[in-house]
Design a protein around this ligand. Structure first.
Ligand code: MG
Length: 399
């Protein structure tokens, strides 16, 4: 299949930070995807969670299965729009690599710890950490730190970035992946990444909205009756019941979610095709100068927002989830405190980074609080809980 003229073409990639010969059988985006799949950070996603912790049940999504669902949705839409499936897949599989253990709770705690340890610290942002993982923290190749991915994959991974952090990256890499966040801050027209990055972002949203309903019901924290108040859910539930009047329980839930997912995929394809027709970008550079072109229709955008609001109120802020959140934050705070006070509790490969220059051929040097944050951010949920038990003698999560 030929790519659309506004797609990211691997043959026209802006390349890698350290030039490498092209692989004989794979495009540069396929190679990015393969490097991500073989990375250590990718394997850790299997034991990192978003809403529910591993010990709460084997059937809940982990960040790994979530990332696979994002890749599936993204590729499916990319194929229809003639965008680069390989690039969408690479971005989708890498988008959560920088997440701390225990989901957003862990990230907020780590951000607060960094700022308390050093008021000048840039804090912790998970998108930026994902970029750090692929740019610096993976240690697998003889000639460079990180995975040395293409510009386009890195651009997609850096979905958000504070102005301050964007300026830091821009200083090291002028005109690079952070430039669009600096430009926004300076009042220039908002600039977008390529369509594949925009698509991976929207596929992420579609995936978690759907699977958090599934996991929420599985956990018993959400009921099917409660979900009837969500217009998007109820519409497809009614439709499923009209076609299958005896459907109930989990099959009704799955059939409703399946129809909801399909409807959102078709909606994105239609709404995006229409915007592309109007904007008629000639190439990816023109895409970057436009408003976001990958989108829901106005109606679907409203329905998706109302579903998100429902999940926030009823699932993410459920007393039982908040209780786990508090325990998770305590674990992260305690670990940070112990490692800062006694760095020898960390493996030597981490403490060695304290005195090393940033551009070193080995793992990059950094201030102690950043090294500690990198170490904690890389932990899986269960490793963090085990370390906490070892260092504090407390069991925070009942097995
Ligand atoms: Mg995600």
């Amino acid at each position: 299949m030929t790519l659309a003229r506004y797609a990211c073409d691997p043959a026209l990639s802006r390349g890698r930070r350290i030039p490498e010969p092209v692989a004989p059988t794979r495009s540069d985006f396929q190679r990015d995807r393969d490097r991500i799949v073989h990375s250590t950070a990718f394997r850790r996603l299997v034991y990192k969670t978003q809403v529910f912790l591993n010990h709460e049940g084997d059937l809940f999504r982990t960040r790994l299965t979530h990332s696979l669902e994002v890749a599936q949705l993204g590729r499916s839409i990319a194929r229809t729009l003639r965008l680069s499936e390989d690039l969408v897949e690479a971005i989708a599989l890498a988008h959560d690599l920088g997440h701390t253990p225990f989901g957003h709770a862990g990230q907020d705690a780590l951000n607060a710890c960094l700022k308390a340890a050093n008021p000048k610290s840039a804090g912790f942002e998970h998108n930026l950490q994902s970029l750090r993982v692929v740019d610096a923290l993976e240690e697998r190749y003889p000639a460079f730190n990180g995975l040395n991915l293409t510009f386009e994959t890195r651009e997609g991974i850096l979905k958000h970035c504070s102005r301050r952090n964007a300026r830091h990256i821009e200083a090291r890499e002028p005109g690079g992946v952070a430039q669009r966040f600096v430009a926004v801050a300076e009042g220039a027209a908002a600039r977008q990444p390529g369509l594949e990055a925009q698509l991976a972002n929207l596929a992420d949203e579609i995936a978690y909205n759907a699977h958090d309903i599934d996991d929420g019901v599985r956990s018993g924290l959400l009921s099917l009756e409660q979900l009837e108040s969500v217009p998007l859910f109820n519409r497809y539930r009614q439709q499923a019941l009209a076609d299958h009047p005896n459907l109930q329980g989990r099959r009704l839930l799955f059939e409703t979610i399946r129809r909801m997912l399909s409807a959102q995929v078709y909606d994105v394809i239609d709404a995006t095709s229409e915007r592309l027709r109007q904007a008629a970008p000639d190439d990816v550079q023109a895409v970057r100068q436009q408003r976001a072109l990958v989108c829901f229709s106005d109606e679907m955008a409203l329905q998706s927002t109302s579903l998100k609001r429902f999940l926030l109120q009823n699932l993410y802020h459920h007393p039982q989830v908040l209780q786990t959140t508090q325990a998770a934050q305590q674990v992260v705070r305690d670990l940070f405190e112990v490692y800062m006070a006694d760095p020898a509790q960390m493996p030597q490969s981490h403490t060695e980074r304290f005195d090393r220059p940033e551009g070193s051929a080995q793992a990059p040097g950094a201030k102690p609080e950043r090294v500690v944050a990198d170490y904690i951010a890389g932990m899986t949920d269960r490793f963090a809980a085990k370390e906490h038990e070892r260092l504090k003698g407390q069991t925070v999560f009942a097995a």
